[in-house]
Ligand binder design. Structure first.
Ligand code: AMP
Ligand code: MG
Length: 496
């Protein structure tokens, strides 16, 4: 078999950054799904591998040549409280590969056994969360949101103890970096400025080489991460995505969505929706995500201050200016995305503030009427600039139809300022308002079929629908629908 083209850069940082750790073998690995397209993109030589070979590698039973597996050290603020010693407790980085254009792609097994950082954990993952992460991360990618990718999922043939015994699984994820805000915090909390600098240099080299052209590369790094996060969270908000556990150890410095745990897409719009049953205070509620993004970035800024300027006051001022830019950058990203969802292109500052009011009124009305977020925008994308019978598809989602009709009239008045044709506007709207999102009750159905009946067909069909989220597919209408009352999933933290 040909070797994987590993080019392991993280390893060169030295053993204060990680512990070398081999995956613990599992008894009976079986492949659930392999992402051939991603493997191709990574240049993985899979032609000689059959399904058993793939399962052997992506369960950790066979470590491919050139892999130098390790568990990364990190700390993190969890629900606002600092934990100095977290780290990869159930994840192992096999190695990194230089993808197309030299971009780094790290390859990590999750659920592959205990590591130095496992504390009391078993180092394993349950099948349910593996399937959830596979579905949601790949759907995010297809929706156009920066994210870690899923390369492979396997069952282990072993059970893991959660609230009860459940089947075990392992997911292989791919990221342009597995460095988290918490990785910087690990060294900052130990007063190890030299390691912070090595880590910053590593992140710049791998993810932000353009920062090297700036007068202060470390300030440029903070700015780049800040801009990336502002834009990433705007994308989440535009799609109704709730991450669920935005602890600093679950925020990638590469601007990718990472660590899919108790995450979910909203069905009915609710500004304050919380999905994770362990988030009692609503810290990571939908509407709180932009503010939490800034809170986490502030923790990163604190770590980078010693690198930005020898004069600490000057460094703090510089970092504060960068953090200041987050709010307006996020707001701009959010508003332009929401306007696009409504078919509005920016015309002037005056119209911009009216557009914002128009969008906020729509969201308020959706909340008051429990209207489905995704369906509302999808249906709006089908409407013409002139009232027609089609309006009903949208109006029907709102109990207070007269109020919604009034909003439609305002929207149409605003559309009159647009210059593109009605068809073009509809096409533009349909290209960003998804038909399908990974709805929580459908993910749950896929997990139940797999866990309870060893039937992965529900998972595969859902995955296939989500490969083209912006294209309405014949016979797949049920994937567009929100849950019936008895299908609503109340708890998403079960057994991560
Ligand atoms: P998470 O909630 O997945 O972001 O994990 C928070 C921390 O707990 C990380 O350091 C994980 O590696 C660790 N962790 C979570 N689950 C396990 C497990 N089953 N075994 C060992 N460590 C775990
Ligand atoms: Mg995590």
């Amino acid at each position: 078999m040909q070797a994987f083209p590993f080019n392991n850069q993280y390893l060169t940082l030295g053993e204060t950054f990680f512990r070398k750790t081999r995956p613990s073998p599992v008894s009976n690995p079986a492949l659930i799904r392999f992402n051939d397209a991603l493997a191709d993109e990574m240049g993985l030589p899979m032609q000689d591998f059959n399904a058993d070979d793939i399962a052997a590698v992506f369960s950790g039973n066979v470590v491919p040549d050139g892999a130098e597996p390790l568990a990364m050290a990190y700390s993190g603020h969890q629900f606002g409280h600092f934990s100095p010693q977290l780290g990869d407790g159930r994840a192992i980085l096999l190695g990194e590969i230089s993808g197309a254009g030299g971009a780094s792609m790290g390859l990590q097994l999750k659920g592959s056994g205990r590591t130095h950082y496992s504390r009391n954990g078993d180092g394993r993952a349950a099948l349910g969360p593996v399937l959830r992460e596979y579905l949601v991360s790949e759907a995010m990618y297809r929706l156009g949101v920066p994210t870690t990718r899923a390369l492979a999922a396997v069952t282990t043939g072993e059970e893991v103890a959660r609230e009860r015994l459940v089947p075990g699984g392992i997911i292989t994820r791919v990221a342009s970096s597995f460095v988290r805000v918490g990785t910087f915090e690990y060294f900052a909390s130990r007063g190890d400025v030299q390691s912070i600098q090595m880590l910053a240099d590593h992140v710049i080299a791998q993810n932000y080489p353009q920062a090297l052209e700036e007068e202060d590369p470390y300030a440029a790094l903070l700015q780049a991460v800040t801009d990336g996060q502002a834009s990433l969270i705007a994308r989440w908000m535009q799609l109704g995505f709730i991450h669920g556990v935005m602890n600093t150890d679950n925020m990638s410095v590469a601007g990718e969505t990472i660590d899919y745990g108790p995450c979910a897409f909203m069905d009915a719009y609710d500004h304050d929706q919380v999905f994770s049953s362990i988030d009692h205070q609503g810290r990571y509620a939908y509407s709180n995500q932009p503010a939490i993004g800034l809170w986490n970035l502030t923790r990163l800024a604190e770590c980078l201050v010693p690198l930005i300027d020898e004069n600490i006051d000057a460094a703090v001022e510089c970092a504060q200016d960068i953090l200041q830019s987050y709010r307006s950058s996020h707001e701009d990203d959010w508003l332009s995305g929401m306007c696009a969802k409504c078919g509005l292109s920016h015309v002037s500052d005056e119209v911009k503030s009216q557009d914002k009011a128009l969008i906020e009124d729509l969201l308020d009305m959706m909340a008051a009427n429990h209207a489905d977020y995704t369906l509302t925008f999808f249906n709006l994308s089908q409407l013409s600039a002139q009232p027609s019978d089609k309006d009903r598809v949208c109006t029907d989602l709102f109990g207070d139809q007269a109020q919604f009709d009034q909003w439609l009239s305002r929207w149409r008045e605003r559309l009159a300022r647009e210059t593109c044709s009605d068809e073009q506007r509809q096409a533009n709207m349909q290209s960003i308002n998804p038909v399908y999102i990974p709805r929580n009750h459908q993910i749950e159905a896929a997990i139940r079929a797999a866990e309870d009946h060893d039937d992965f067909s529900v998972f595969h069909e859902l995955h296939e629908v989500l490969e083209s989220p912006y294209v309405q597919q014949a016979g797949k209408d049920r994937y567009m629908q929100p849950p019936e009352p008895d299908e609503v999933v109340e708890c998403t933290f079960c057994g991560t």
